[in-house]
Design a protein around this ligand. Structure first.
Ligand code: COA
Ligand code: MG
Length: 301
C-alpha cells in the first residue's frame, strides 16, 4: 500500500466492467478487483485479463490498487499471480490473499512475487494483505502476521469465518438474532485477535465486509465496533458504505483538538520537570502522549 492511512477498501468483481469503472472513480481510499468469490468459475480466466486492463487503462486517481487472488487451495491462484502481476505489476500496489491458513502460503506468494518483480525489473515491491477468515487462519494468526516482510495488513473476513467455525449468521457481517443470543459481542475474540496479531508485527488491520448494504445505520454501528477495537478501517461492498467508513474511521475535530491539547500540555509539563499532570480533570502522562500522537497520525490533510 501507499504511505497513507486507508480507511475504506471497496470490493468490486473484476469481471464487471461497469462497476469496476465506478469503483475506480469512487471516493474509496483503496479498491480491490476481486478474482475470488465474486467471480463465477467459468469467468475466472477472463477476469484476470479484465483486472489487467483495469489496472493498466483506468485512472485510479491515487487510490491504492489491489487485486484479490483466489485461495491457494484452488487451481487458479498461481496463475492469478503470474498473469496479473506480469502484465500489470507496475500498476499494482497490493495483492490480497484469501483464506490464508498457514504461513507457508504467504511465503509462497512472497517468493513468486519476488521472481515476477525481478523479471519485470520492478524497483518496488508489490505488497501482500492476508485475509484471516478460517479457523486455521485464526489459530495461527500470529505466525501469519510474521510470515514475510512483504505483508502489510490483515483483514478479518466474517462470512467465511462463520462458515469455517460453524457460527450461525444470516448474512456476511450482518447483525441478527444470534448477536442477542450471546451475552457480549460474539465477534470480539476473532476481531481483537486479528488486530493484536497485526499490531504485534507492525501491520495494519481491517474489518471485512457487511453484506446488508442498504442499512447504513447498522453499518455505522459495525464500523464503530471495529474502530473501538483498533481496526484502521473496513471493507465496503457498495459505494454507499464509503462515506460511513470515512466518517467513523477518521478522528473527529474534538478528538484532534484534545490530542493537540495533550501534546502541548505534556511538552510544557516535561519542560517543568513533571511526567504526570492534570488536563481538564484527567491525568495525562507519557501513555496519554502516545495515544494523542496515534490520533494525530490519523489526521488527514
Ligand atoms: N463498486 C462500484 N460500483 C458499484 C458497486 C461496487 N462494489 N456496487 C454497486 N455499484 C454501482 C452499481 O453498478 C450501480 O450503478 P449503476 O446504476 O450506474 O449501474 C450503483 O452502484 C447502485 O447499485 P445498486 O443497484 O444499489 O446495487 P446492485 O444491486 O447493482 O449491486 C451488489 C449490489 C451487492 C451485487 C454490488 O454492490 C456488488 O457487486 N458488490 C461487490 C461484491 C463483491 O465484490 N464481493 C466480494 C468481496 S466481499
Ligand atoms: Mg471470504
Amino acid at each position: 500500500m501507499n504511505n497513507r492511512w486507508e480507511r475504506s477498501i471497496l470490493a468490486v468483481p473484476a469481471c464487471e466492467a461497469r462497476k469496476v469503472a465506478k469503483a475506480v472513480a469512487s471516493q474509496a481510499d483503496a479498491v480491490f478487483l476481486d478474482l475470488e468469490d465474486a467471480v463465477p468459475p467459468d469467468l475466472k480466466e477472463q477476469a484476470r485479463a479484465d483486472a489487467v486492463r483495469a489496472l493498466r487503462e483506468l485512472d485510479w486517481g491515487g487510490k491504492t490498487r489491489m487485486v484479490r487472488i483466489n485461495g491457494l487451495d484452488t487451481p487458479w491462484a498461481y496463475r492469478d499471480l503470474v498473469e496479473v502481476c506480469e502484465h500489470a505489476g507496475a500498476q499494482l500496489d497490493c495483492v490480497i490473499v484469501p483464506k490464508v491458513g498457514r504461513p507457508e502460503e504467504l511465503c509462497f506468494v512472497d517468493i513468486l512475487l519476488g521472481q515476477i518483480e525481478a523479471r519485470l525489473g520492478l524497483d518496488r515491491r508489490i505488497g501482500v494483505h492476508a485475509l484471516v477468515e478460517t479457523a486455521s487462519g485464526l489459530a495461527r494468526v500470529e505466525q501469519l502476521a510474521a510470515a514475510t516482510p512483504r505483508l502489510q495488513a490483515l483483514s478479518f473476513g466474517p462470512g467465511d469465518f462463520a462458515a469455517s467455525v460453524g457460527i450461525p449468521a444470516s448474512g456476511i457481517g450482518t447483525e441478527d438474532d444470534w448477536d442477542r443470543a450471546y451475552p457480549g459481542h460474539r465477534w470480539h475474540y476473532p476481531m481483537l485477535r486479528v488486530v493484536v496479531a497485526a499490531r504485534a508485527s507492525g501491520l495494519r488491520a481491517f474489518d471485512g465486509p457487511a453484506a446488508e448494504f442498504r442499512d447504513l445505520d447498522s453499518f455505522r454501528h459495525l464500523c464503530r465496533i471495529a474502530r473501538s477495537l483498533g481496526f484502521d478501517g473496513k471493507w465496503c461492498i457498495h459505494p454507499a458504505q464509503i462515506p460511513v467508513v470515512h466518517e467513523v474511521f477518521s478522528p473527529t475535530e474534538e478528538e484532534l483538538a484534545w490530542a493537540r491539547r495533550v501534546v502541548s500540555a505534556y511538552e510544557e509539563a516535561q519542560a517543568a520537570g513533571r511526567g504526570a499532570i492534570t488536563v481538564d480533570g484527567k491525568m495525562v502522562d507519557a501513555a496519554s502522549l502516545r495515544m494523542a500522537q496515534a490520533t494525530l497520525a490519523r489526521a488527514r490533510p
